[in-house]
Design a protein around this ligand. Structure first.
Ligand code: RTP
Ligand code: MG
Length: 141
């Protein structure tokens, strides 16, 4: 379908994005894309929340570094809404590796170098979005 059904997605501006003062830059790109921001907060992540959020990666070699990084400072968490919002945000985020995968013009390609400290997270499916929205914004679930 070329227009797409309305979806919600959970996105994070990771600690590197907050430290590098890219909150405005990244929220601006989201707004220019046309997605609605329906919930928004700045929060320092506990290890418990980080572990639950990234549970799918438990046991992988990068998991300890990922938890250390994501709890290293405040993140911005938001729920976006719009047609095909899940894929639309992942498109403007770019692929996980900012150099090898992210397409020029995307957040990661334009503003990041590192595959771990890659500025943003976005839910990768309807099921992940439902789970992550309930985790970060239980009042919306
Ligand atoms: P995210 O979940 O953060 O939106 O990123 P993603 O879907 O593009 O990538 P995913 O495979 O889910 O990996 C989650 C995050 O873990 C870190 N990572 N580091 N050093 C590594 O090999 C490695 N691989 C993944 C990144 O921060 C990645 O975004
Ligand atoms: Mg992921």
């Amino acid at each position: 379908m070329l227009s797409g059904v309305t979806e919600r997605t959970l996105i994070l501006i990771k600690p590197d994005g907050v430290k590098r003062r890219y909150i405005g830059e990244i929220l601006g790109r989201i707004e220019r894309k046309g997605l609605d921001i329906v919930a928004l907060k700045l929060e320092t992540v506990t290890r418990e929340l980080a572990g639950t959020h990234y549970a799918e990666h438990e046991g992988k070699p990068f998991f300890p570094d990922l938890l250390e990084f994501i709890t290293s400072g405040p993140v911005v968490a938001a729920v976006l809404e719009g047609p095909r919002a899940i894929a639309a945000f992942r498109q403007i985020a770019g692929g996980t590796d900012p150099v090898e995968k992210a397409v020029p013009g995307s957040i990661r390609a334009d503003l990041a170098l590192d595959g771990g400290q890659n500025l943003v997270h976005g839910s990768d499916s309807v099921e992940s979005a439902d789970r992550e929205i309930a985790l970060w914004f239980p009042e919306l679930a």
